[in-house]
Design a binder for this molecule. Structure first.
Ligand code: RNT
Ligand code: ZN
Length: 439
């Protein structure tokens, strides 16, 4: 048991036979079995947990509506790493490349601005499933399902900082119609893919500075949401989610759609609440919110992100916050009630690598949580033996988790360890670098 496996020069993962990944795994399996944990059963479980991968990491939230990139709306992608996807074809190719390096089958989350308009100007309140046929065909081809998001930003009608909470009736109505159009698109996705599309409403509405009327815009938002969600849609096709936020760029003082606002709205109207890891006070984490909100809601959506000092949407990594989220989902028995979506967009590194890193980190966190002997820990806790609880949690950290993860990757036919990066580098050289040169 001295050596694991090596990475060859060409970078492909190369499980050498001394000892092979299987052998290392079987030793790990014994270690976990001693704690009553069945690693084989857990890998079967993990395989069934889809992560909704955000399309917007691939092109810095630019979309294909026009040539301009992300404009106003309280979010910002920073960095200028070459190779951003500029067309639906490029984005699909990049996403497929990323998914080839990620174990398991996942989902893909689109924003309304990723429509294919065939060169015609289509207003946001006029979009329909026909503008997403290319995406639906691609998803069917990949054997994956789609999720959806109306886009209430990067638009002249959002430039004033208000959309669904706008006092101007014309603006407000336009954005309500956009939301209605998007739910129909979600419904079409769901009908075709035979699993519901989660359509998530996030709006940037808020105020930069001292706000006198905090109530008025919230009343307007409530009315707009009621209109937007008025038409009943079969939950087998589409599930509506609403995303809360504490502050944004240009809305530092007041955000209309706050946590309390949307929690109330979701409970009252049976919507999914979307909890984004970057949308609370910087030291506040979403893990502890899950068990509370799921007492009052059937299902929730997560936007797993990594804020550094603010809602910066850094690439998700296997840190304590991520582990805590996964542990809560698993310990609470919430796997079926929590839709796990990712929300980060880093333009300063290779975007395919960003996707792969984030999704693999989320899966590692879930695997690590699933491998926990939770019932034993729970027993310690109920018996008041907090000493054993703490000691065991600490000991679990050095169990051969990596051996189980590597075996899972191998079994799923994706590169083991950092070998996937060599694949991405090759793709960068063959595909991404050429894009810049064509410009
Ligand atoms: C913004 C929200 C929202 C967006 C995406 C692009 O703060 O987190 O979810 O990041 O819709
Ligand atoms: Zn989000």
């Amino acid at each position: 048991m001295r050596k694991y496996y090596k990475i060859t020069n060409n970078g492909r993962s190369n499980a050498v036979s001394n000892p092979p990944i299987e052998q290392t795994y079987s030793l790990a399996k014994q270690r976990y079995a001693e704690l009553g944990v069945d690693t084989d059963a857990i890998l079967q479980l993990l395989e069934k947990i889809p992560i909704s991968i955000q399309c917007w990491q691939g092109d810095d939230v630019a979309g294909f509506e026009s040539v301009g990139g992300l404009t106003d709306g309280g979010i910002m992608a920073t960095g200028n790493y070459p190779g951003r996807a500029r067309t639906p074809e490029e984005l699909r190719a990049d996403a497929a490349r990323a998914m080839d390096l990620i174990p398991g089958k996942h989902r893909f989350s689109l924003h309304a601005i990723y429509l294919e308009h065939g060169g015609r100007k289509i207003e946001r309140n006029e979009i329909g499933p026909e503008h997403f046929r290319g995406w639906m065909d691609w998803a069917a081809d990949q054997g994956i399902a789609l999720d959806f998001n109306p886009t209430f930003f990067s638009h002249p009608k959002a430039a004033g900082g208000f959309t669904l909470a706008a006092r101007d009736e014309g603006l407000r109505r336009f954005w309500v119609e956009h939301g209605i159009a998007c739910r129909k698109i979600g419904e079409a996705f769901g009908r075709r893919q035979k699993t519901p599309c989660v359509t998530n409403v996030w709006i940037p509405d808020g105020m930069k500075d001292l706000t006198i009327d905090r109530k008025g815009p919230r009343e307007i938002l409530r009315k707009s949401l009621d209109e937007l969600f008025a038409a009943p849609i079969d939950p087998a096709c589409n599930l509506d989610a609403v995303e809360c936020k504490l502050f944004g760029i240009g809305s530092e003082t007041y955000v209309v759609g706050s946590h309390e606002f949307y929690l109330g709205y979701a409970v009252e109207n049976k919507k999914l609440l979307c909890l984004d890891a970057g949308h609370f006070h910087p030291t506040e984490t979403i893990a502890d919110k899950i068990s509370s909100v799921l007492l009052f809601l059937d299902e929730i959506l997560l936007h797993v992100s990594r804020g550094v000092r603010w809602d910066s949407d850094h690439v998700v990594i296997l840190n304590d916050d991520l582990r805590a989220i996964a542990e809560e989902i698993v310990r609470g028995g919430f796997i079926r009630r929590v839709h796990i979506g990712l929300d980060f967009f880093d333009a300063s590194i290779n975007r395919v690598a960003a996707w792969v890193t984030g999704v693999r980190a989320m899966l590692k966190a879930l695997l690590s949580a699933l491998l926990e002997p939770t019932s034993r820990l729970r027993e310690f806790e109920t018996q008041g033996d907090y000493t054993s609880r703490l000691v065991m949690l600490e000991e679990l950290k050095t169990l051969p988790f990596g051996a189980v993860w590597n075996y899972y990757c191998e079994k799923q036919g994706v590169p083991v360890g950092k070998a996937w990066l060599d694949e991405v580098k090759r793709y960068e050289k063959d595909v991404l670098e050429k894009r810049e040169k064509q410009l």
